[in-house]
Design a protein around this ligand. Sequence first.
Ligand SMILES: Nc1ncnc2c1ncn2[C@@H]1O[C@H](COP(=O)(O)OP(=O)(O)OP(=O)(O)O)[C@@H](O)[C@H]1O
Ligand SMILES: [Mg+2]
Length: 454
Amino acid sequence: MAKQATILVVDDEAYVRESLAEVLGSEGFRVQTANGVAQAAERLALAEPDVILTDLRMGGGDGLELLRQVRSEGYTTPVVMMTGVGTLRDAVEAIQGGAYDFLQKPVDSSQLVLLLRRAVEHRELVSEVRTLRRTAGEVAAQRQLVGSSAALARVRALIAQVAPTDATVLVTGESGTGKELVGEQIHRGSARAAKALVRVNCAAVPPTLFESEFFGHRRGAFSGAVSDRVGRFAEAQGGTLVLDEIGTLPPEMQSKLLRVLENGEYQVVGESRTRVADARVVALTNENLPERVAKGEFRADLYYRLNVFPIALPPLRTHKEDLPAIALSILAGLRRTPGSGEARLSVEALDVLSSYDWPGNVRELRNVLERASIVAGARSIDAALLRALLEPTLAIAPSSGPDDFNLRRNLDAAEKQLVQRALDRSEGRKKDAAELLGIDPRNLGYYLRKHGMS
Ligand SMILES: Nc1ncnc2c1ncn2[C@@H]1O[C@H](COP(=O)(O)OP(=O)(O)OP(=O)(O)O)[C@@H](O)[C@H]1O
Ligand SMILES: [Mg+2]
């Protein structure tokens, strides 16, 4: 045993706890004790021991209850049960419930020490296998920020600076600029890399379920809570919690999140005791949070708390010098997928890519290249193909379904859609929109009124 292993001894009899602590202490274990399920859960929330050694029969919740709680909270800690005479059936139940092993009381100390050493080794092996698997998965995914522009170099430097700390990070940037990727790299570059990286898309959680999603709930805490649920903070314990689309967090959750970030404490829904959160938070958003704060839609104090270390990702159009390298790395990734031909890019094709503005950033580039490599098949991707893919598609949706052939109605609908698209493309600047539409800017107002647009 390289490092000193910690054993959490749980027994309601002080005498048993003390004598076990003495035996184990003299054998070189670090020992913590708890007088029952509740205290054990508290110890566990503070720091996970290497092995839990618990009595089966205790007043106020037995060893099986503790085992169930430990597993439902996502801990894989080996649990060794101590059983009284004639409780073999309970012992069997314990093993079926996921206990590592059991010992009959009175406990033989040399047998106990051997069993605990074995449990500690088992635990080390399990976590080693888990780390190996995770590393293999990451290598296969090969997710790296590609590009050597000064803009990306700055981003990399910020990641390197903040990753090893526990500081909360706020990653901002337009859609598709790589915010999730940055979240991953911060996790990988931290001391938490061997623990879980958990991502929650805040926009996908129904407002009524936020608390249970973040903090978990106990069975019966509310109607519909048919079983215990492990919250994301618990899943990310010791690791990193990525909160995607943080700007969509409802006001009530904003307050609750702020509280966790400030005191590091939270409560499982339906439970009265307080748990200690040990998850490093990385928040992502493509919204303008200061603007939302000014409008009173996002709590200013939460914004400042998240903005401890901001990382702003540049839109692709501002670092087009990276485009060839990014495009080639995307194609190299696609090539590994079977059936996706030998996608190559001509210089002219790269020119076409570089002349486009990429409002959807790297994600849009990836989508275009994916489509292009499918269409191109074994041929290389040429300029004409890319031009065709990048041309705004003029598929006008009919005004009221595929069976409506009324010319006036359909032309009106098409007109409205074109005006809308031009406004979107020019980000609401009417002069630019008019230019795109090929009309006099003074006439744009007529079309807006005609179609009831603002
Ligand atoms: N510099 C880069 N080099 C290589 N790949 C990148 C780079 N930036 C982004 N990507 C890739 O682009 C895609 C989109 O990135 P990501 O999912 O991180 O975007 P996002 O900022 O979270 O966008 P959204 O706000 O829409 O969720 C991913 O496949 C990501 O790997
Ligand atoms: Mg994203």
